[in-house]
Design a protein around this ligand. Sequence first.
Ligand code: SD4
Length: 336
Amino acid sequence: MADRRRFLRDSMLASSLLLGANRAARAQDASKSGSIAPRVISTWDFGVAANQAAWAVLAKNGRALDAVEAGARIPEADLKNHSVGRAGYPDRDGHVSLDASIMDEHGNCGAVAGIEHIAHPISVARLVMEKTPHVLLVGEGATQFAIEQGFPREELLTPESEKAWREWLKTANYKPVANSEVKTYGGTPGDKNNHDTIGMLALDAHGNLSGACTTSGMAWKLHGRVGDSPIIGAGLYVDNDVGAATSTGVGEEVIRNAGSFLVVELMRNGRSPEAACREAVERILRKKPGAKDLQVGFLAINKHGEVGAWAIQKGFSYAVCDAKKQDALIAAKSSF
Ligand code: SD4
């Protein structure tokens, strides 16, 4: 009996030592600087330039959170881009109102929705996360907070965007157009009545994930409309144990299905990033077959740095940047 007890005690001790050793080895692996290949990915063709700003942070072993904020600020400031930040197309009433969210490796998150007159909503979202006990500030309260934090109050409606809005007012027909950002960015702004978002996800050399998402939302939306981008779990979700996901396209369809959270949960259950994005898109289509005429795209990265994407329709692209190549632009697979 005493032998049996000793045997049980010894084998329990051995297995807990083994567990402890495995855990320590894993932690050591992850913390060895350079043992994890940093990578940043983002939605659409404007993601290429944004990734490079993020890469400047990641390449110096910087934090993923700093990388995604730096990256997202690029399209926010780009006057040629009518779907994010300054020069974004306004809502039905002519207001440029912006949505953004950010999430770090600890599960902290912050967001602003319907913020006006502030050129960098992603940086305001970060301060909501870091300086307030809240997650989401909206409308005038978000603008007030930004101004208190030292952001300048600016006119974000450019003459070009105003011209496009006045053109739209002639018919005032609200109809989302798939992939319009491809056509508007560097193309002929003003002739399209819809636009899109940058979602950016980064894995840093310390093995930590963060994400950012920023947009001026659907062009010509109702004043006060909020899309998926500032909704944690819809437009963005990060779980440092599993992976991160972001979305673009018609936000209502993403919100209805808690899209980015769904993608991360599917990865947690063993799917690759691409398979997880695909299942999330197909769930949207199963629940609402009419969504086949719209565009929604998901982009995801897992804890190992594997990336994948899927969209309802052809035309969604994503940019990937790592030590090997800084300007890759990949056409996402799609259900149609
Ligand atoms: C939204 N997903 O507000 C965002 C961006 C967008 O076409 O306008 N997509 O729904």
